[in-house]
Design a protein around this ligand. Structure first.
Ligand code: TIU
Length: 223
């Protein structure tokens, strides 16, 4: 398969060693009444990433390449929730663990913690539960990737400058090549989305590569 056009140079796509990593496409971030809304955000801004992710997932699955999804959240007893994370919210906001219209905010097993129905995982696809922003922190992600022989990641999901970029930074330090298709990620702050993508590709690709899902789909369609 061909290299994928990307900034700052083509991404050396190796389908034998590349996984799709979909970050935190959960109801808590994309639907009203969840964690994202509790933080004061307009959650509708994230919905632009759904259809590009749906298309990319379909093509990735059709190509038989590995798919991993992540979910940010905490144990029901909140034993994995640092006080610092709990406290960091707007004054008076509904906080992690509090009841909301989709159940307790950002708590595993609650309706709001689920991946959005448009991007439901298929049986056999890995779902990584993560207590932090980066997907490697306190999870089995690296062990799963090593077991799959993965050395490259196409990273999508939300939000661009928080969990997607944290994960790209963690992956970069662990030796993974990361490609972020810009249309498959989104932020509550369009200016942060743009800046986060620039940070990844700047300085000769200091953290990775940035492209568009059309280019990834074209590469997947090329025998
Ligand atoms: N608040 C925000 O932009 N993001 C998060 O809290 N988590 C993720 O990005 N998943």
């Amino acid at each position: 398969m061909p290299a994928i056009p990307a900034d700052p140079r083509p991404f050396p796509f190796d389908p034998a060693a590349c996984a799709l990593l979909v970050i935190d496409m959960q109801r808590d971030f994309l639907e009203p009444g969840g964690f994202g809304a509790a933080l004061g955000n307009d959650v509708s801004l994230l919905r632009a990433a759904i259809e590009p992710n749906r298309r990319l997932l379909a093509a990735w699955r059709a190509a038989g390449l590995p798919v991993l999804h992540t979910r940010e959240g905490h144990r029901p007893d909140l034993s994995d929730l640092p006080a610092a994370k709990l406290q960091r919210a707007p004054a008076g906001a509904t906080r992690i663990g509090d009841p909301g219209p989709m159940g307790r905010i950002l708590v595993q097993g609650e309706p709001g913690h689920a991946l959005i129905p448009e991007l439901s995982p298929l049986p056999g696809e890995t779902v990584i539960d993560k207590p932090g922003k980066g997907a490697f922190y306190a999870t089995e992600l690296q062990a799963r990737l090593e077991a799959l022989g993965v050395r490259q990641l196409v990273v999508t999901g939300v939000t661009t400058e928080i969990c997607v970029q944290s994960t790209v930074r963690e992956a970069n330090d662990r030796g993974y090549d990361c490609l972020v298709p810009s249309d498959c990620t989104a932020s509550y702050f369009p200016e942060f989305h743009a800046a986060a993508l620039k940070m990844i590709a700047a300085q000769g690709g200091i953290l990775g590569w940035v492209s568009h899902s059309d280019h990834v789909l074209a590469a997947l369609a090329t025998p």
